[in-house]
Design a protein around this ligand. Structure first.
Ligand SMILES: C[S@@+](CC[C@H](N)C(=O)[O-])C[C@H]1O[C@@H](n2cnc3c(N)ncnc32)[C@H](O)[C@@H]1O
Length: 435
């Protein structure tokens, strides 16, 4: 530090005097975040005496990945001015990905042969909450994920979520666990749509929540690469049931216009590091699988897929088998394991079975699981791939000791004065000690 800066620090009674002080504060802070597992270096911390802050640059393998800002007076981290932890983590993952890509190209034959992962999972039907049940699956054991998550319902009387943030937190937990179980470079395809919140009275207007865009952000932060946004287009009549557009249709006044939604998103992501796709084709030791998985003529050539919605009196929100079959054919090979963490009555599992893939379907509702079990013939050997179909009931997991003690811990922390926002941050980034 220059003498002049030293004088400023002293004159102003800063608690953080030197670059070493600033660095140490950041080192301590990072220990309680999800960055603790990475070897992070530091650039030269700089003081900004206009705003009374220290900016500490973070480096990963000599590349800048973000800055953490420390308040010079209080020694507190200024989270608003600092780079967000998930974003820094994502930059690190991207750097690691580019490294493994470079190494794959350099020592191509030797490395890729060694790293070709073949999952050993049996077909599975799991009853339980995905955010817990996924933890029982081994790392890198899934080849494709296709799902349609539960609908966020903003109406308190129907909603199982306290708030939209709670809903997004569940999504983040599931997406994070899904990334762990997915094989590097493989696909996660998710069907979502914006949510319409009907008006409560004639004097109010309905509103919409752009759920797919918020979920997109989570995917990026959790280490996925965005690949495609496929539009699932339904016939025109399909959207009128929501009532949207009726008023305009009658009155035709400008500004009352509301487009009737007849599309849903089928968003396609890949787990980083994005190993070359060629690796999954050339290095598969069973080339018969590659031949058997070729896609016949008549495939979807654009990102708009015309598919009629499905109805089933057993479940209010299933997606059509045709959609699941297309996704499975385009993004997985025969004998791969296809996971649906919000499995409903098993549309993804049935499509996977039909197409000679293995399946893993997780669903919380007992009714929906029963329908899935009835149709998928549990305990039988799958005729196609000779693997067992295993049923696991993990619904009691939520009552097990680990979960109970977690719930007790949450209640205790709330009683001790930690705010809900703080606990939310803690789940994502680690808990700071309350003074
Ligand atoms: C949109 S539906 C999926 C329907 C499915 N695609 C089908 O065709 O049958 C979402 C499903 O997620 C289930 N669900 C909600 N929260 C869950 C959780 N935490 N873990 C597992 N399943 C959950 C719901 O019961 C519902 O069946």
């Amino acid at each position: 530090m220059t003498e002049e800066k030293m004088m400023v620090a002293e004159r102003r009674n800063y608690k953080v005097h030197t670059t070493e002080d600033a660095k140490q504060i950041v080192i301590d802070y990072l220990k309680n975040t999800e960055l603790s597992e990475y070897e992070i270096d530091f650039g030269l911390p700089e003081i900004n005496d206009r705003y009374n802050i220290w900016k500490v640059p973070l480096l990963y393998t000599k590349e800048a990945v973000g800055d953490i800002v420390v308040d010079a007076y209080s020694k507190e981290i200024d989270k608003k001015l600092s780079s967000e932890i998930p974003i820094i983590r994502n930059r690190i993952i991207a750097i690691q990905a580019s490294f493994s890509q470079r190494t794959v190209t350099k020592t191509k034959k030797k490395r890729s042969k060694k790293e070709f992962v073949v999952s050993n999972l049996d077909n599975m039907i799991i009853k339980g909450r995905s955010e817990l049940a996924l933890k029982t699956l081994p790392e890198q054991s899934i080849d494709l994920i296709f799902t349609s998550p539960p609908y966020y319902n903003a109406r308190k009387q129907y909603s199982e979520y306290e708030s939209y943030d709670d809903y997004l937190l569940l999504m983040r937990k599931v997406i994070r666990e899904c990334r762990r179980v997915l094989i590097d470079g493989k696909f996660f395809v998710i069907n979502t749509s914006h949510v319409l919140i009907p008006r409560n009275s004639r004097n109010e207007s309905s509103t919409r929540i752009a759920v797919p865009f918020d979920i997109h952000q989570i995917f990026i932060e959790e280490g996925f690469e965005f690949v495609d946004d496929i539009i699932w287009q339904k016939p025109e009549g399909a959207g009128w049931a929501s009532g949207r557009g009726r008023r305009f249709s009658a009155d035709r006044n400008p500004m009352q216009y509301k487009a009737v939604p007849v599309t849903e998103y089928v968003m396609v992501y890949r787990k980083k590091p994005c190993v070359l796709i060629d690796h999954f084709i050339r290095d598969n030791p069973n080339q018969a699988i590659i031949q058997a998985s070729k896609i016949e003529d008549g495939y979807e050539k654009t990102n708009v897929w015309y598919i009629s919605p499905a109805r089933d009196k057993r479940h209010p929100a299933i997606f059509p088998a045709e959609l699941a079959e297309k996704v499975i054919k385009y993004y997985s090979f025969v004998d791969d394991v296809v996971l649906d963490p919000f499995g409903g009555i098993g549309t993804t599992a049935k499509a996977a079975k039909k197409l000679g893939r293995r399946f893993c379907t997780i669903e919380v509702s007992d009714d929906y699981i029963q329908h899935t079990i009835n149709e998928l013939e549990v305990n039988l050997i799958d005729m196609f791939n000779g693997r067992k179909i295993v049923y696991k009931d993990l619904s009691k997991e939520s009552e097990n000791e680990e979960f109970k003690s977690f719930e007790h811990l949450v209640h205790r922390l709330l009683r001790e004065g930690h705010s809900k926002d703080e606990l939310y941050d803690a789940l994502l980034y680690g808990l700071k000690k309350k003074n």
